[in-house]
Design a binder for this molecule. Structure first.
Ligand code: SAH
Length: 358
């Protein structure tokens, strides 16, 4: 797909209300809005011509004015564990990734909220390529729809995690619209938004009626270390973040997930574990420990602790009453593992992305 010159309005990403407005002058009966809404999201059609429950004439009229901007899958890499990484090319040449993670009892899609990322965390490959742009609501929902279509899966029963490229809370308006659409089929309990903890975004989410699960990328339990690996911590340091999380409304039975990447000799000591316990005390929290996935652009210091150190860290948290799990590596033989989403190239023609090492 070359840079698009299609000036027709994109229907993908429109809420039911916006869809009704867009269609008002074209449709003959109000219930068409619902038919088209279902065709877009429940059936994931690629083209108006596939909306066969509409008359031919109406389809022709729709096709004149509207298109369905489903992101194009340009590459698909299947890992030996069944994890499948998808590369999408967007109409402006930006490239993003999403990952389909099949597990025994569930199916999870890890999707992107931005093409690139401005946060420059020192352990993450996406940030290495620099800031990109916000994805539209259609491009966010479109990742789910395109993978579903490719894998022949219904919407129901899926789990969605916003842990791909980008910082969802820096694109909250579009993420919210995407969530409003997705939660018509998928319970918000099956959707997780992962964030470094952008305070204004958290405050806004706290006011939402239907909140997804919240995961906080913590990675260090004191400001000095956290600022060293996550520059955003200088803007939103731990005290304010933890205060906001203590105020955050949690439904019965829900917990906030804290992601903690374990990096050898950096944040993996028993003292670090004790600091983490203290930081999270009194919060309904669970900790997800993630041995760092190394990558050559991250340098030699960004390596995981050995297994004993990982066990020791986890054990320490458990002894002090915290729920702590260790995240299994998935898909790392095709660079689909966490923090390895690197598709973004700043050159809109994708030259830089092609030149990047894989
Ligand atoms: N910006 C949001 C969403 C991106 S997902 C956020 O930071 O939460 C970020 C997650 O990717 C991190 O919490 C971590 O779980 C994972 N991650 C990033 N780099 C990683 C690496 N090198 N190894 C393992 N996990 C990594």
């Amino acid at each position: 797909m070359e840079t698009t010159t299609d000036t027709r309005t994109d229907l993908l990403g429109l809420s039911r209300e916006r869809l009704a407005e867009a269609l008002a002058s074209v449709i003959d009966r109000p219930f068409r809005v619902e038919q088209i809404y279902q065709a877009l999201y429940a059936r994931a059609v690629r083209d108006v011509s596939e909306m066969t429950d509409l008359g031919k004439e109406l389809r022709a009229r729709l096709a004149e004015r509207f298109r369905i901007g489903l992101p194009e899958i340009t590459e698909k890499r299947l890992a030996s564990d069944g994890t499948c990484k998808y590369l999408f090319k967007l109409p402006d040449g930006a490239t993003i990734e999403a990952v389909d993670i099949p597990e025994r009892h569930r199916r999870t899609f890890c999707i992107s909220s931005q093409a690139g990322c401005a946060l420059a965390c020192s352990f993450c490959v996406t940030g290495y390529w620099g800031a990109g742009r916000n994805l539209t609501a259609g491009e966010i929902v479109g990742q789910v729809l395109a993978i579903r279509a490719e894998a022949s899966l219904p919407m129901e029963g899926l789990n969605i995690v916003f842990m791909g490229m980008g910082e969802p809370l820096l694109n909250l308006e579009n993420v919210k619209t995407a969530l409003d659409i997705l939660t018509e089929w998928i319970s918000p309990h099956r959707i997780t938004v992962s964030t470094v903890g952008i305070l204004p975004g958290l405050e806004e989410m706290a006011g939402w009626e239907r909140r997804p699960n919240l995961a906080i990328s913590l990675h260090a339990a004191d400001d000095e270390k956290r600022s060293e690996i996550m520059p955003i911590n200088r803007t939103w340091p731990l005290a304010g973040l933890m205060a906001a999380l203590r105020r955050y409304p949690l439904e019965k039975g829900r917990k906030i997930t804290f992601e903690y990447i374990l990096i050898r000799d950096l944040n993996d000591s028993v003292r670090d574990a004790d600091r983490l316990v203290k930081l999270l005390s009194g919060l309904r929290a669970k900790v997800n420990l993630i041995p760092i996935n190394p990558d050559r652009v991250l340098g030699d210091r960004m390596v995981p602790p050995d297994d004993e150190a990982i066990d020791r860290f986890q054990e320490r948290l458990r002894q002090k009453g915290l729920i702590a799990t260790v995240r299994r590596r998935r898909g790392d033989d095709v660079s689909a593992a966490c923090g390895q989403l690197r598709a973004f190239g700043r050159d809109p023609r994708g030259v830089r992305a092609r030149g990047a090492a894989r």
